[in-house]
Design a protein around this ligand. Sequence first.
Ligand code: PLP
Length: 299
Amino acid sequence: MYQSTKEVRLNGFVHFRTDEFSEIVKNSLSRLSKLLGNSKPNSLIYLAASGTAAMEATVENCVSENDKVLVINGGAFGKRFCELLNYHNKNYNSVNLNWNETLTYEHLKPFENQNYTMLFVNLHETQTGQLYDVKMLSDFCKKNNMMFVVDAISTFLADDYDMEKFEIDLTIISSQKGLCLSPGMSFVSFSKRMLEKIENMPLLQTKYFDFKDYLKNIPRGQTPYTPPVLVMYELEDMLNLIDKEGGKDARLKAVKAKCDYFRRKAKENNIGLLSIIHYQMRLLHCILMMLMLMKLYRF
Ligand SMILES: *Cc1c(COP(=O)(O)O)cnc(C)c1O
């Protein structure tokens, strides 16, 4: 986390049912929306919950009885979409990839002209590190008249992402990944036709996560329930920081430079990415052992 983000918390905050807080929300959401490549006003909401809640809310708010969903299941997060769709009794099928198997158009072909209405994908599958080809998926959706739903939690501000350019109907992002903020806030951004679809959904199995309530409140900079106020302040600070750096493209370049440095150093020191994972596991083991010993000897 950036130093300035940490310091935001020292400055205190105002009560959230005020015009002052509403202005911060309206301003920051409109800037964030632009970074997502969505120029439609009031089409971005936020939830007081981690990314998985936004994934589950999307399943419940956007998939109707008449929908048939195709999921790209290439790892833990793709599997999570399948589990959520299954839990909510939605009609779905999945393209299942093996470890290290690259998604190609060949994988999608068997699902063409099969009346699928939506595609769900975690554009960057965080578990395996595979970044799927957004253009290929977008073309597939267009060709088959499907809505394109993207979990961009580990894509946004790490790789190029643009909702209008790739005709994406719904995007999920989260505070604790590319934005480098505290955890506890997730965002959902909608295309015009997705907003229309949500408006016409029958009664949902969720009250707290009913998108319609959030969409109703967002034009006045408010949420139906208490928001994570301090994360909203952190967001404002981060948006200022990105602007100061020179905007989205400059940000992506800086992230890439860090990433290249990390990979180069790992290679120079003969550390494969898998051994880094092993190293992390060993570190975790040590910490757990220490905690157990501390408990044992009542430190
Ligand atoms: C981190 C992440 C999530 C969200 O997980 P939470 O623990 O619920 O925040 C969802 N999808 C992807 C691709 C992620 O990397």
